[in-house]
Design a protein around this ligand. Sequence first.
Ligand code: AP5
Length: 212
Amino acid sequence: MSKRRLMFLGPPGAGKGTQAQRLADDLGIPQISTGDMLREARRKGSELGRKAGEFMDAGELVPDSVVIGIVKERLEEADAQNGFILDGFPRTVAQAEALAAMGVELEGVVNIRVSQAEVLRRLGGRLTCPGCGASYHEEFSPPNVAGICDKCGGELVRRPDDQPDAIRQRLESYQAKTAPLIAFYDRLGSLIDVDGEGAPSLVETRIREAVD
Ligand code: AP5
C-alpha cells in the first residue's frame, strides 16, 4: 500500500477533506490540502496568507502561480516521498499540467459526486477548528461538546467562506474552472467516480473499495 499518489476532487463541501483525512490516516501517508495550507498561512500573517485571504473570503480561486509554488515545496518534503493524498489541488487545468510537469503521475483521482442541495446542507452546518483544522457538522458529525474541538479543545468557528454569497461564488468557480478536470483525468484513465451521498462511514467504505 505504500507510494500511493491519490487526489480528491469534488465541489465545495463534497467531503474531500473529511474523506482524505480518513484515508490518509489509514494508509499512513500525508493529506495535502491546499485550503488548509492557505488558511495556515493566513493564521501566521504571512504576505502569501494576506494575499490569498482576499480571494478565499470572496469564494474565488487563489492565482495558480501562488498555489503551484506552495504545492511544489510541500511535495519535496520527506513525508511526501512515500505517497500522499492531494485534497483540493489541482483545481484548474493549468494546475494539473503543472503537477504533471513536476513529474507527479496520479494513480487515482477520486471524484466525489454530491448534489448541490447536499453541498448547501453540508456547508451551512460546518464548524471548523482554527487551531488544528478539524471539521465538524452541527447535525451530521457534531463534536462531543458543543462548540469545542474533540481533538485539541479549541473553540469551533464558521469559515468566512461558508457565508451564502461566498458559497455561491465557490460553486461558480468550481463549475467554470475545476469541473473540466473531470474530463481531463478521465482522458488519462485515472478518474474514479464515487457517490458522495450518505453517511461519512458509507462514503468511506465506497472510497476504500474503489482505491484498493
Ligand atoms: P478548500 O478548503 O479546499 O475548500 P473547498 O474545496 O471549497 O472544500 P471544502 O473544504 O469546503 O469542502 P470539502 O469537500 O473538503 O468538505 P468537508 O469534508 O469539509 O479551499 C478553500 C479556498 O481556498 C478556495 O475557495 C480557494 O479560494 C482556495 N484554494 C484552495 N485550494 C486551491 C487551489 N488548488 N487553487 C486555487 N485556490 C485554492 O465537508 C463539508 C461539511 O460536510 C463538514 O461539516 C463535514 O463534517 C460534512 N460532511 C462531510 N461528509 C459528510 C457526509 N457524508 N454526510 C454528511 N455531512 C458530511
